[in-house]
Design a protein around this ligand. Sequence first.
Ligand SMILES: [Zn+2]
Length: 257
Amino acid sequence: MNDTINPEIIALRTLQKQDRRLTVLERKLAAIPARVKELNGDLQALEHMLDNERGKLEETRAFQARQESQLAEEEDHVRQGKARLGQVKNTREYNATKREIDSTREMMNARTKKIAELKSAVAETEARIAKMDGALQGLRAQAESENARLQADQAKYERAIAKSQKSRSKLTSGVSKSILRNYERIRRRTGSLAFVPAHRERCTACKMVIPHIIYTQLLKGKEILPCESCSRLLYWSGHFPADEKKHEPKPKAAPGT
Ligand SMILES: [Zn+2]
């Protein structure tokens, strides 16, 4: 039946199909930079956390080193005090030196405990860093492969879009300027279909009844006419078996099946 209808109808219907594919491609293409940014953001956040942990680790290590050198000084001090004990001239001097040794030893005990705590904190931080580093390596590898995939996708979408735009200009040359303008305007307004089938005397988009006189003209397949309710452009579903089948009500399943 298609050979008896106005080729403009076929061209516009094909154009719409292609435009919908084009829109999908354009959306996919537009989503790529955001995804790349997101991936890089995740990487940077993890790198930043890791840098922070490493900075803290360095501070703790420096603090531990200071404590260790102080401990060594205190050990020296005790050693010197012990040597002095053998040379004291009286009990008073002996007691004073002994007290000094004892108080240094007390400080040493506290410092040794502190150093042990610092060592375990360092070990914990090192373990945490190793784990984060592992996660970072994994994320980097993942981001790298995803970036490569996104780049390939981008090239693929760009090629498909270019191809689609080229064949689009061929299709638009088969549609009159005023119809094309209406089609573009409705597409922009509704964000969806602008050229819709009329089926069983109703517009399949807004479901309103089409006046008989208009429906009769649509059946002839010569003109593209607007729906009086939603102003979308109409064609008769019967000219395209796929459209007819799509809009034909499905037979209801018998109860109990
Ligand atoms: Zn309508």
